[in-house]
Design a protein around this ligand. Sequence first.
Ligand code: ADP
Ligand code: GLC
Length: 486
Amino acid sequence: MGRALKILFTTSELYPLVKTGGLADVAQGLTEALHELGTDVRLCLPAYRSVLDKLAPPHQLAQFHIEGCRFPVRLLLTRLPGEDLPLYLVDIPEYFDRVGGPYGTAEGDDWPDNPARFAAFCRVCAALAQGRLDPDWQPEVVHSNDWQTALVPALLALEPRRPACVFTIHNLAYQGRFPAETFSRLALPAPLWAPDGLEFYGDLSFIKGGLLFADWLTTVSPTYAQEIQTPQFGYGLDPILRWRRERLVGILNGVDYRQWDPRRDPFIPAHYGPDDLSGKAKDKAALCRQFHLEGDPESPVAAFIGRLVEQKGVDLILDALPTLLEAGLRLVILGTGDAGLEQRVRRAAEAHPGRVAAHLGYSEPLAHLMEAGADLFLMPSRFEPCGLNQIYSLRYGTVPVVHRTGGLADSVVDATEATLAHGSATGFQFHPATPEALIEAVSRALILYPHRQRWQTLMQQGMRQDFSWQRAAAHYLALYRRALGG
Ligand code: ADP
Ligand code: GLC
């Protein structure tokens, strides 16, 4: 075996330490799979208070000051619990040691100093990448993710020698766009203020740092890689993405079946698998008890899990609700997010006790119970770079009904006469993202549902799909080697 490739993976979220969405799962699952492929991959994360609280006191590697930040910085080194991966933590207590989420308050307001927080984090990542902070280790590849770490490739572009840079877009809707004066307040290097730099229509754009300066761009599904090159999904950045299309690839995320498999999921009362589905009925009964759902135990239950934001299309479900209920569906919703959407979900549950239930909060145990206990999983996202829950649903035999976009289009095979006959169908797709189209797809599902044998075949076909990280990690590894000119 050759020398292990050294990779620094910079991220603002990391499961199981800090998570608001799929980025946390990807940071853990991908790096673990890269490690299994024999690379020397290390992670770098801000030392949020919630992270330090979960860890034994980490080793201090260095204490220093960086440009643009008046607070002292400490670089800590520990290991990701449960995995064998080295984890660098950037400790700037004034920025990261506070109560609340990684990006904002518990009430959902962004931290006003987010530009300063993540610019400082990026500067430390860049210094680490240049071998200036850990005398024993320098990466050959730096892999950054989303706007919070997008300044890393931009800062490294100013260096005469630097590691190869890969930047992954997990969601182009979040760009890290701030008023122009932020640029000078952060004392960012002057050459970066240009239309072919971080300036974006007179504002400062963090994400442009990744899009312009990384050697390779990736996003988390092949379809989303195409979509973001269009004005509809590009939010004004599509011209850059078209310009860089030769260096843009879509790699569908994997999922971590150690955590998401009904054969061994510790959160569910009964285990099951494609060869013996019997446990699923028990999990459905437990789900119904948990959410006080009433009615015929055989009648179908649909689930929705996700951030309650416009992207996820939960409003389409609420608009379609009267028709869906009339068709005999019961519904459970788990999510947090916009106050307005939370209110609508709460009202729907109050209006239909025993038929519609919701938990407005973040709960891993409930997410697992819902994946196991429901019959259908609704994912009407207006756009979805990859999406993980539809892939979890496949493994749990919880047939996904998805809007045909991004990673949803790439991971679910629509049940048509042909795909059902051929045995390749795994779920239901619809388009466009309207309540009517959603209703049409759910109706197709409900027509098939009573045909138990055919329905079970559809479930089993989904359960046998393999979206494990090995495939995606091999793709990334090949890309790193290409970026290094190998
Ligand atoms: P996104 O990253 O856009 O939020 P993904 O589908 O990639 O969407 O990932 C969402 C992840 O967050 C999944 O692992 C999902 O189970 C989890 N999740 C989202 N909301 C909740 C919640 N309220 N409770 C528990 N898990 C949640
Ligand atoms: C983003 C996207 C989601 C994707 C996740 C992980 O949060 O919204 O679709 O699965 O990142 O890549």
